[in-house]
Design a protein around this ligand. Structure first.
Ligand SMILES: Nc1nc2c(ncn2[C@@H]2O[C@H](COP(=O)(O)OP(=O)(O)OP(=O)(O)O)[C@@H](O)[C@H]2O)c(=O)[nH]1
Ligand SMILES: [Mg+2]
Ligand SMILES: [Zn+2]
Ligand SMILES: [Zn+2]
Length: 392
């Protein structure tokens, strides 16, 4: 660890201003001690204090410029949002795309298929910049094997061994780094967690590893970690906020609730003409076809997918009861505005709403009326999960 940088979030430590980023009480700053924000996040689960306010794309570009290889971490749940920034211009020439949160992929879809799907999306968005590899990984799975999930030894390492982790917020960059640190025997966290479980009365020391949380923007600066086992120095970087995803317009607590944690929320419904499905109080999908359609809806496991009629949907969106709320009244960037879209969707296609979820139709095409939050990217795509894919 470099001196005087919080190992949890990468912000420069300071003892002058308790309201500014990186604050640590005077005399406490030592190796491995966390800034106040990280400390409170880790011990009380509260997310407070200002962001460091740095030029994040600039920082990522600078770190990537010093590294010879970039591990671009994408979130399986929102691949469009993960590939929204102009990554080729930000990262070094060699990029490995890691599709993280593979544990959430339903068993009937193979992880290789999802990796191929992500690779195709990359090619569509960045046709002139080839990827070194695409892999599906999971940072939380039991039995996670960095040697099997990300075989760092199978890629020619850059001279100097510097490798950067990059991505948009909340894709699991810091989580993957923690797993690699644990596997390499560098992090103390694994041992402490075990001690706690065994009821050992040892006072927990601050873990020397990046802090992970459901809130976007947990990592605010750069930290470097030497992994002797792999012969590399791995850099964690702050997640970028492309502004195209649903969570980019919500408060940190509501943004965290959009993530699927243990599983996807999947609902298979036969929707009569006029039948409507709400994604919390954020988005809506109504069947405009003249007969019922079998449809499947995907969202995070803390988001309510609610089936109703077209008339009731409007009232529910206008005045959401607590059980439906996905955006609270304090969400800063959420103005309640939704844009209308009418689409004809085929089996083998999905309609996605970046960072919120997606839906598909079975057996026969459907005409749909959608209400999509303003500024959030949404549209038709070839189905990602199982079955036949219909090009868009
Ligand atoms: N289900 C699942 N959740 C994961 C996985 N990896 C990370 N998460 C969760 O995703 C959230 C974000 O993880 P972080 O590691 O903090 O993500 P990050 O990319 O470092 O985020 P920023 O620092 O905000 O850019 C946390 O709630 C993690 O528990 C995974 O493989 N599977
Ligand atoms: Mg992080
Ligand atoms: Zn910190
Ligand atoms: Zn909110």
């Amino acid at each position: 660890m470099k001196n005087r940088v919080c190992p949890g979030c990468g912000v420069a430590l300071q003892s002058r201003d308790s309201t500014a980023p990186g604050f640590i009480p005077a005399g406490k700053a030592g190796n491995g001690l966390l800034c106040r924000r990280c400390y409170r996040l880790l011990h009380y689960g509260s997310f407070e204090g200002k962001d460091a306010g740095a030029n994040l794309p600039g920082l990522v570009k600078t770190v990537a410029g010093k590294a010879g290889l970039a591990l671009l971490v994408a979130d399986f749940f929102d691949l469009e949002g993960s590939l929204a920034p102009d990554w080729p211009s930000l990262l070094s020439r060699r990029i490995i795309l890691l599709v993280n949160k593979g544990d959430l992929i339903p068993p009937r879809t193979s992880r290789k298929e999802v990796a191929a799907w992500a690779g195709a999306l990359w090619e569509k968005r960045f046709p002139s910049h080839g990827l070194e590899a695409v892999k599906t990984v999971s940072a939380i799975e039991r039995g996670f094997n960095p040697g099997g999930g990300i075989n760092l030894r199978s890629f020619p390492l850059p001279p100097g061994g510097k490798v950067v982790l990059a991505g948009v917020t909340n894709t699991g960059k810091s989580s993957l780094l923690r797993r690699l640190l644990e596997a390499a025997g560098t992090a103390k966290q694994g041992k402490q967690e075990k001690q706690k479980k065994q009821g050992a009365r040892t006072r927990a020391k601050a873990p020397v590893a990046p802090v992970v949380s459901v809130y976007p923007g947990t990592t605010q600066g750069m930290t470097g970690w030497v992994l002797e086992k792999y012969g590399i120095e791995l850099f964690d970087t702050p997640g970028l906020v492309p502004g195209t995803r649903m969570p980019d317009h919500l408060c940190p607590a509501c943004a965290g609730k959009l993530l699927p944690h243990r599983r996807l929320n999947v609902k298979l419904w036969e929707l009569p003409p006029g039948g409507t499905v709400l994604f919390g109080n954020l988005a809506a999908c109504r069947n405009l076809s003249f007969s019922p359609r079998t449809m499947v809806f995907f969202a995070g496991d803390r988001i309510t997918l609610h089936r109703t009629s077209g008339n009731k949907a409007e009232a529910l969106l206008a005045q959401a009861p607590d059980w439906l709320q996905a955006a609270c009244p304090e969400c800063p960037g959420w103005n309640g505005k939704r844009l209308e879209q009418v689409v004809e969707i085929q089996p083998g296609q999905e309609f996605y709403i970046s960072g919120l979820g997606w839906l598909g139709v079975k057996k026969e095409p459907a005409a749909l009326h959608l209400l999509v939050p303003e500024k959030v990217e949404a549209g038709l795509r070839p189905a990602m999960l199982g079955g036949e894919r219909t090009p868009v």
